[in-house]
Design a protein around this ligand. Sequence first.
Ligand code: ADP
Ligand code: MG
Length: 234
Amino acid sequence: LRFEIQQAEKLRIMGQLAASIAHEVRNPMTVVRGFLQLLQSDQIPSDKRQMFLKLGIEELDRSESIISNYLAFARPQSTRIEAVDAAERVEHAAGIISSYATLRNVEINTLTTPGLFIEADPEQLSQVLMNLIKNGIEAMQQGGVLTITVAAANDGTARIEVADTGVGMTPDETSRLGNPFFSTKQDGTGLGIMVTYQIIHSMNGKIHVESEKGSGTRFIITLPRKSDLLAGRK
Ligand code: ADP
Ligand code: MG
């Protein structure tokens, strides 16, 4: 029964989202169309031309990210829970995003416990980590250090923490996290955290946030731990 309620709630959100998505994707299309039309003329000075191209590409990237986040949310329950090496997933996500971090003067510091197995869907866990790491990097406009910690808790769970020393959030902003289209960024989608929360819940995990405006943010994920014995026998 709980599953059915969750499904109904999800369908309701999906329906609401579909309308917003159409709107959110139509805007960039209009903008890009306008730029292409302008670029048809050869009277455009080259600096303007460069700017139109740059803005056009940004708008397309934004649409792409809206659509892929929506699909990640709408995708039918395909969570494949298996024994996953948490540290390995963290290093994997940190590796993928390392060039983005370098570009923004952010150093990613990982403090992991090797061989700590959790029950999770490896692909979806990667997506969660990427969303949180990306937000952490974007929160540190002057650069800084992003710290990811993996540790065993003594209640049979594992904790993964993603902490930044960036802009932080007010209690009001923190309470709006996870609402579709809540974004404080010029080119934000506000879908990343929504998808993140949904994935963590579908993996029977928990996520909470500690944040202080001006000092930084820490996301704390708790996931069931696979006992070492079982993981070894897998
Ligand atoms: P987006 O990154 O596209 O804005 P998200 O769903 O990933 O969408 O995040 C929604 C909003 O939550 C962000 O715009 C930002 O205001 C806030 N937020 C998320 N993570 C952080 C963080 N690490 N530090 C400060 N604010 C954050
Ligand atoms: Mg984001």
